[in-house]
Design a protein. Structure first.
Length: 199
């Protein structure tokens, strides 16, 4: 997840999140590194499950606020976490998953789970907004297919999935995370957060 953490640093999102939570950027980066696998896993589930593939995910991102989500995180003042909670609700489907992800990240980093619970919606907004902005730049004149394809490239590039183009229509998303394929995204997402403790 180092690539995505550095992208969030470059956009200024990580600094903005750290400021809002009253922590230094190093602490925010540590928390982000622990939370991002689950967030990206949620986007993968959205694209790969009954979510209509990458074009469906592109539509979801647009409906949630698109690139404006990242702008909201970067704007001065408090970020409206409700929008981030909407993103989490869409990709996780349950507040229980969000709580579990925050708890697992707290165990692996030693950070306070309350802090991580506050960070989770802000991170989800930043990632969703970044993907929507990158997708919009590439696919603005190409319709939904262009945006969907770009989302696959963005997600694949963020996670180092260079050989993703041939992975069955999911683009970069297919090689993003190696989920166990048992049809239960909840334990996959919890497992992803848990695996961080063994690094």
């Amino acid at each position: 997840m180092a690539d995505l953490v550095s992208v969030l640093q470059q956009t200024g999102a990580l600094s903005s999140i750290a400021q809002q939570l009253g922590v230094d950027e190093k602490t925010a980066a540590s928390g982000a590194g622990a939370l991002l696998p689950a967030i990206l896993g949620g986007f993968k589930k959205q694209a790969g499950g009954g979510g209509g593939g990458l074009e469906g995910l592109a539509g979801v991102l647009g409906g949630l606020g698109g690139g404006g989500l990242l702008d909201a995180v970067l704007a001065p003042g408090a970020t409206p976490a409700d929008q981030g909670n909407d993103v989490l609700g869409q990709i996780f489907g349950s507040k229980d998953v969000s709580r579990t992800v925050a708890g697992q990240a707290a165990n692996s980093t030693g950070l306070d789970s309350g802090l991580l619970k506050k960070m989770l919606p802000l991170l989800a907004m930043a990632v969703a907004g970044y993907m929507a902005q990158q997708g919009g730049k590439s696919g603005a004149n190409a319709g939904g297919g262009g945006l969907g394809g770009m989302l696959g490239q963005v997600l694949g590039g963020l996670t180092g999935g260079g050989k993703a183009a041939s992975q069955g229509g999911l683009g970069g998303l297919a090689s993003m995370l190696d989920l166990d394929g048992d049809g239960n995204p909840l334990d996959d997402i919890i497992g992803m957060a848990g695996k961080l403790g063994g690094r």
